[in-house]
Design a protein around this ligand. Structure first.
Ligand code: OVV
Length: 406
């Protein structure tokens, strides 16, 4: 394979952002990327990259020049067969993108989700109560990943979608594989390929009309097809998007916010004093940790970015995690600070593809944080956080915490 050669004058980097080392601790590389220039050429992959807030934000909101329909991973749909049919949402441009997006945005709007608020708040209270029942002398040591950040979303989200009980263990490894597959074919894709066809087959079956509970979110997608908002062919692929993008992402975001408050005790105290800060805490943690670190776009025509021209068809890697800590945009960007307004962060993306499930994630997070705030006086680290490596996600394998009951 011959890789595109960078034009002269463009800053180059021979670093591998998909190496175990940089996936484990990306922040120092992000700083080098931002300082190297507005656009940097990653020689190993023959792709362009951007790490500054202003540049990433501008590219995300310019869907005409930075297109998604050629794929948002490193490989190009124009040249290569995708391993699964493209997403109608993520890997599409207008006009094809419009109807699926509008339909799902309505189904996952705050108004449509209102019915889940009391159900998820009650589930969060029960979850916390059951967890804290194991406390000894008012203190509980846990790994928050299996007990909270994975357990709570898996307790509420598959039921809300209307999935059958059997086979739900496919959800996490399927999502993990999809997010790995946006990156290069490295050790993570290799390791994840075991079992992926079983995961994908189970996911595809759950998208069928008669598998889904008639009262759930999945059935709402089929109802949109019955109204003619989308076609019957589109419905299962839209449900596939919900199942792909809605589980791992939320889990790693919940790990991010618990990690953040454990390391900023005064911010946990502030949240306990003012529980309505739960929403801001979640967004500030997403800004700080960026559970989704990167997506690619493709240049549609020769695209000028500052003094650089990215030629037609070339891939551009946007570092959301770097933009979210760019000191050119954020004051003290490495601090978790509930005194700041984190809106404008690009952790959910920006523009027409901005996370359509963000209200679902926020609802899960605020329900959980409020339930914890009511019962837990203090949260502190009980050991080092361990990262779960993924080509796209900034993910957590283990988060040891010590909780002191209120
Ligand atoms: C945002 C996102 C990530 C992964 C998959 C999808 C979307 C999808 O639409 O399938």
């Amino acid at each position: 394979m011959t890789l595109p050669i960078a034009p002269p004058s463009l800053p180059l980097s021979d670093e591998d952002p998909f190496s175990a080392e940089l996936l484990d601790e990306p922040a120092p590389f992000h700083e080098r990327l931002r300082d190297a220039g507005e656009v940097v050429f990653l020689e190993r992959y023959g792709v362009y990259a951007m790490g500054r807030y202003a540049t990433v934000h501008a590219a995300l909101t310019d869907w005409q020049q930075f297109i998604s329909s050629a794929g948002v991973g490193v490989s190009n749909f124009r040249k290569e067969q995708p391993w699964r049919p493209p997403s109608l949402l993520l890997e599409a441009d207008p006009p094809a993108h419009n109807a699926p997006r509008a339909s799902l945005a309505k189904i996952l709007s705050p108004r449509s989700l209102r019915a889940y608020v009391p159900i998820w708040e009650a589930a969060a209270e029960r979850h916390v109560e059951e967890l804290l029942a194991d406390a000894v002398d008012g203190v509980l040591e846990i790994d928050a990943v299996p007990t909270i950040t994975e357990a709570f979303p898996l307790r509420v989200f598959p039921d809300a979608v209307g999935l059958e009980r059997d086979g739900r263990e496919h959800l996490l490894p399927y999502g993990d594989f999809v997010f790995n597959a946006f990156g290069p074919h490295n050790f993570l894709v290799e390791a994840g390929s075991v079992g992926v066809s079983e995961h994908a087959a189970w996911i595809a079956r759950q998208c069928e009309r008669d598998r889904l509970d008639p009262t759930g979110i999945g059935a709402s997608v089929w109802a949109a097809a019955d109204r003619g908002d989308i076609t019957e062919q589109q419905a299962p692929l839209i449900i596939r998007s919900i199942l792909t993008a809605g589980v791992d992402t939320t889990i790693h975001a919940l790990s991010a916010v618990l990690h953040a408050v454990a390391n900023a005790p005064n911010q946990w105290a502030a949240l306990r004093a003012e529980p309505s800060l739960a929403r801001r805490a979640f967004d500030e943690a997403i800004r700080l940790e960026s559970p989704v670190q990167t997506f690619f776009r493709t240049a549609n025509g020769d695209v000028r970015i500052g003094g650089t021209v990215v030629p037609d068809g070339q891939k551009i890697l946007m570092f959301l995690g770097s933009a979210n800590r760019d000191p050119r945009h954020w004051d003290h960007p490495d601090d978790f600070d509930l005194g700041r307004d984190p809106s404008g962060h690009v952790g959910f993306g920006m523009g027409i593809h901005q996370c359509v499930g963000q209200h679902v994630a926020r609802l899960e997070a605020t329900a959980l944080l409020k339930a914890l705030a009511a019962r837990v006086r203090a949260i502190e680290p009980a050991g080092p956080i361990r990262r779960h490596l993924n080509n796209t996600l900034h993910a957590t394998a283990s988060l040891p915490l010590r909780l002191a009951l209120a």
